[in-house]
Design a protein around this ligand. Structure first.
Ligand SMILES: Nc1ncnc2c1ncn2[C@@H]1O[C@H](COP(=O)(O)OP(=O)(O)OP(=O)(O)O)[C@@H](O)[C@H]1O
Ligand SMILES: [Mg+2]
Length: 495
């Protein structure tokens, strides 16, 4: 039995009257519950407003479904679909409370299946909330086996997968719902009447597609390496040290799985770049969570979006969940007051408690450059393993960055006076250094020659770095970070 089935069985046995099962997969929930019911020798009753044949209006149907459940003399599990909209109705709330009283003394359990959480305050204490996580390996595997045996019975289809290859197919499919998985398996077979390792690529691309469609998550192809990041020696060391803590050996040793890190810092100094580099350093997929999309209502309710994003990330673990510019999504939390701030605060709460309690290896990498918008709870101990502050690069770091970008343009850094460039670029961010190099290439290309140190110097002097126009903001950020964050790089003594 999987973990949810165990948990559900426990709740039912302990006579919890109402369980609220959060999931997008009603069918899977129904299958799980009906199998629990048969194991426990209970009657299983499934209700939804559309399969209720009585002629009354919807809220009346809900009321009489509750009444029927109360009247029932059987030991039973009642599964209600699409019931959550009725939990706004006073009479339905009242009736549900009656049911709670009755069920607590009987062998009956009501399970409300819903993708969103809408529990009225009156019922909060009586309802137990449970998440039905996305299917695990075993469930995906059995669905794959079904698909394979279907293909083997069908003379037009053939299967060529050994055990190891089957495992890879399962890996590729993790993160999808069972319905999506089944659909993908059929598609994989039907495109060329053959199910083989070749289809893994198809599955992966379909999965990316689905995850993208789901709204707030995006697969990110990370090609940047840690060696593409200049400076930040402390942060790099920290990240490198944690690489091995995802291994089984580290588990056996008792090391905790890293929770996450927050990168705070000046614009253009490599926060996003570092996120991508960590993914290649640790060899883990990078999922970017778009906070803006979590809150955009046309995709679904914000709460649903957040839960789905978390569930998807967990099912793909070990994975890096990258939340770029986290402050943009959370600005409502701190300012409080009217508008949507209630919703924002609730979703933020969901996120925080997940951060605190998560056991799956989902490493959260959040970046921010505006501390004023950040709710203080986010920065409290226990959420992130560490908060790093990424300042403007020092001279030695700028030299590194020049070398990295010259090399990226397939030129030999030895041909440039990097020390001189580092000297004259005080106050420039990594992004501005890169821009100056690109600009110098334009200058030289226009004159039909190679670009040189002088061209880069010219480009630099034509730019006013953000650190000058935003001097005040940056010094404020610095003094804030001094007390609360760890510097991403040790101060380098300049000789
Ligand atoms: N430390 C660095 N080493 C090498 N390149 C850098 C560094 N910092 C910035 N760059 C260059 O500048 C580009 C932009 O930087 P990045 O997007 O990582 O900055 P950011 O800190 O995320 O900025 P923002 O706050 O504007 O999102 C990078 O893709 C990279 O090419
Ligand atoms: Mg960025």
């Amino acid at each position: 039995m999987d973990d949810v089935s165990k948990e559900l069985t426990l709740l039912i046995r302990a006579r919890y009257p109402v369980v609220y099962l959060l999931t997008f997969e009603e069918d899977r929930a129904e299958k799980t519950l009906s199998s629990i019911a048969s194991k426990m020798k209970k009657k299983f009753v499934s209700w939804s407003v559309t399969n209720d044949s009585s002629k009354s209006h919807a809220p009346m149907k809900a009321l009489s479904a509750l009444e029927d459940a109360i009247q029932s003399a059987d030991s039973a599990i009642f599964l209600f679909r699409d019931f959550h909209p009725f939990l706004k109705d006073e009479q339905v709330i009242r009736k549900t409370r009656d049911l709670v009283n009755d069920f607590a003394r009987s062998h009956k359990t009501l399970v409300i299946v819903s993708p969103t959480m809408t529990i009225p305050a009156e019922l909060e204490k009586d309802i137990t909330i449970l998440d039905l996580p996305l299917p695990n390996r075993a469930e995906i595997e059995s669905s794959l086996n079904e698909a394979i045996s279907f293909a083997q019975r069908n003379p037009n289809l053939s299967v060529s997968l050994n055990d190891e290859e089957k495992n890879s197919v399962v890996d590729a499919t993790l993160g999808l719902t069972l319905t999506e998985a089944k659909r993908i398996f059929s598609k994989a077979m039907l495109t060329d009447h053959m199910f083989s390792t070749k289809d893994i690529e198809l599955i992966l691309s379909e999965k990316k597609q689905l995850i993208r469609k789901s709204g707030s998550l995006e697969y990110f192809e990370a090609s940047d390496k840690l060696t593409d990041v200049g400076g930040m020696n402390t942060l790099k060391r920290w990240l490198t040290k944690r690489h091995s803590s995802f291994s089984n050996k580290a588990r056996d040793y008792g090391l905790p799985v890293p929770k996450g890190v927050m990168l705070l810092g000046v614009q253009g100094c490599g926060k996003s770049l570092t996120a991508k580099a960590v993914a290649s350093l640790w060899n883990q997929p990078l999922l970017r969570l778009d906070m803006g999309k979590i809150f955009s209502s046309y995709i679904g309710s914000s709460e649903e979006n957040m839960r789905k994003a978390i569930a998807t990330a967990e099912s793909l673990a070990p994975v890096i969940l990258w939340i770029d510019e986290i402050e943009k999504g959370l600005s409502g939390v701190k300012s409080g007051g009217g508008g949507d701030s209630g919703v924002t605060a609730r979703i933020f709460g969901t996120f925080l408690s997940w951060m605190q309690e998560k056991t799956k290896p989902v490493f959260v990498l959040a970046t921010a450059n505006n501390i004023k918008e950040l709710p203080p709870e986010l920065l409290r101990k226990g959420r992130f393993d560490e908060i790093f502050f990424i300042d403007l690069p020092e001279k030695k770091e700028r030299k590194d960055i020049f070398a990295i970008h010259v090399r990226k343009r397939k030129r030999d850094p030895k041909k440039y006076d990097l020390d001189a460039l580092a000297e004259v670029s005080d106050g420039f961010s990594g992004a501005e250094i890169e821009m100056a190099i690109v600009e110098s290439m334009y200058i030289a290309f226009g004159e039909n020659r190679e670009f040189n140190t002088g061209d880069i110097t010219t480009a630099l002097s034509a730019t006013v770095p953000l650190s000058r126009t935003m001097a005040e903001d940056i010094s404020e950020l610095r003094s804030w970070a001094k007390e609360r964050a760890r510097p991403a790089s040790e101060p380098v003594e300049e000789v």
